[in-house]
Design a protein around this ligand. Structure first.
Ligand SMILES: [Zn+2]
Length: 256
């Protein structure tokens, strides 16, 4: 099986400090492709270098809506230059977070729209971070007439919202949350959504899968557990789930 982890922060602690071992263990269980999303400008060079050095790693730098204090206007030019350089597959992670208290919504909106316009003109998909803000994110995408699609990472919205994202060309990121029985709504959505738009992700080192909840952090080698859970929910062989989620990721991110 060839699995694709569409959201994995290999460039941050504690994964970065042991990245060779982390990658080796993930590859040993069939995880061969990884998208590394950005968080802040300070991390972009390390992220890019990692993706140049290692096969199967794909860079998606961007300015994350949770770290507003770290971002400066001049970083938009740098991001645009990166987007034009051919070194990156998407802009990420970008979006709106209405869950964490104290994040200025106007500042977030400006950050999101500016990065969306960079992705628009450089013809790149985007990785979306959206929490308690799906309607606002969808409205922003529609207003921008954003045509390049992407992936909604760690999707937690309603079935209807998922369908709206799909209409706009966005894949639905399925992560460790589905391994928890209490996540009824997300599990039902993952069971019912069309297979053409489902992709897998760990969000490592975050969103640890249920069976490893006592460990220090999440790891991409646990992606098969998310795959197995999704296959069980959808009542299909895991080989099939692996094949379409990987193909979807490649199609959405326009990888050869
Ligand atoms: Zn993330």
């Amino acid at each position: 099986m060839h699995l694709f982890d569409t959201h994995c922060h290999l460039d941050v602690a504690p994964l970065y400090d042991q990245v060779n071992q982390v990658l080796q263990r993930a590859r040993a269980v069939g995880v061969l492709d990884f998208v590394i999303p950005g968080v802040d400008q300070g991390g972009w060079q390390r992220l890019l270098k990692l993706c140049v050095d290692e096969p199967g790693l794909h860079a998606a730098p961007g300015l994350h809506p949770m770290y507003l204090d770290l971002h400066q206007p001049l970083y938009f030019d740098e991001l645009e230059a990166l987007a034009k350089s051919g070194q990156i597959v998407a802009l990420g992670e970008i979006g709106l977070d209405y869950f964490v208290p104290g994040l200025d919504r106007q500042v977030q909106q400006h950050l999101f729209e500016t990065q969306l316009s960079i992705a628009y003109k450089t013809q790149l998909p985007v990785l979306l971070h959206a929490r308690k803000a799906h309607d606002q994110v969808l409205a922003t995408l529609r207003r921008a007439k954003f045509p390049h699609g992407g992936i909604v990472h760690a999707f937690s919205g309603s079935y209807q919202q998922a369908k709206e994202y799909i209409k706009l060309g966005f894949g639905i990121g399925v992560g460790g949350t589905i391994t928890y029985d209490r996540a009824t709504k997300i599990r039902e959505n993952c069971r019912d959504l069309p297979q053409e738009w489902l992709v897998l992700e760990t969000d490592a080192p975050d969103i640890i899968v249920a069976r490893h909840r006592d460990e220090e952090c999440n790891r991409p080698e646990y992606l098969p557990e998310i795959l197995m859970e999704l296959a069980t929910l959808r009542n299909e062989p895991p080989e099939k789930t692996a094949s379409y989620t990987t193909n979807n990721a490649r199609r959405i991110l326009r990888l050869k």
